[in-house]
Design a protein around this ligand. Sequence first.
Ligand code: MTE
Ligand code: MO
Length: 362
Amino acid sequence: MGLWGKRDDMVVHEREPFNAEPLRGALAGRQETPVDTFYSRNHGPIPAIDPAAWRLRVGGLVARVLELSLKDLRARFDQVEVVATLQCAGNRRAGLAAVRDIPGEDPWGPGATSTARWSGVRLADVLAAAGLRAQATHIAFAAPDVSHLADPPQPYGGSIPTTKAQGPEVLLAWAMNGRPLPPVHGGPLRAVVPGWIGARSVKWLTSVTAQTQPSDNYFQATAYRILPAEADPDHAGPGDGISLGPIALNCDILSPDDGAHLSPGPAEITGYALAGDDRSVARVDVSLDEGLSWRQAELDRPDSPWTWQLWHITLDLPVGETQVIARAWDCTGAVMPESPAHLWNPKGYANNSWARARVTCR
Ligand SMILES: Nc1nc2c(c(=O)[nH]1)N[C@H]1C(S)=C(S)[C@@H](COP(=O)(O)O)O[C@H]1N2
Ligand SMILES: [Mo]
């Protein structure tokens, strides 16, 4: 076993803070990702929290402030389960870094995306119990992990609009795939915000605050924003660029692996596609000729509206080197753009250009 209970073939971008993603092959063909395979993205040290002593404070624009233990959460609210995919906004950053350098950010591949069965309570139910006031337009999450990547160093936090927070899919979760949430994934309790960038699913949650503005936390106000290409990220200030919320339509090839050697002839090509928030994946196309012609892949039925959809197709691979290309369409008719060159942004977020895998057949 590797660090933090992960498989030892994870791609570890950093040990401290711990940042690791599974290889494509480890994600392939499974609707739900085992906990030891699920990517982990951290901006500071992973805190050790005593679940018995831990409390969640619900405050701000509410009629009554709540202080809830795990026992209180279990006793007072309906327990629900949601299968949901988390995806980091930095997923596939390596493809952007290949266009132009992105200093200070990890070169994530396609594996900063994983799916789990989360159990807990609905955030909406907890907010209702606190008596959420009508003026509250944002729900902010706070955690104890202090990040030195923030300027100035500060605990991790973020927020989502109240309209999203009241969706039945948004959870305060204490379990993942039926087991208590491990420390590396935010135990004892985390937010799970399906369809939104992973950054909003705040781990080690200690407070939920109803307010009239988005969180002023560094990771909401300054990071996780698409800055204009010419901006210097070291001088970006609060509110600069486009704040990321709903996940952008994306897909990737999980098998065969990029760089694989195969025999020529029929080969099964598989991958995932994810539309983000309230959109759904409408189609995945695969091309072997740089997008001159496309074949439609078969889409598996997702376990819930909040997960990726796995897809597969069998194509005849010729002798020699072939670029396998995949692109997804969503239910609005939007399609993934061809080139990462046009998407490049200084922090390297939201690369949803065509997915490519190079294979050699001999
Ligand atoms: N407290 C806290 N919550 C956090 C983070 C963090 O560093 N600290 N990272 C966020 C980011 S950017 C992502 S993509 C997800 C990753 O969740 P995971 O590590 O369970 O995969 O957690 C989010 N929640
Ligand atoms: Mo992330």
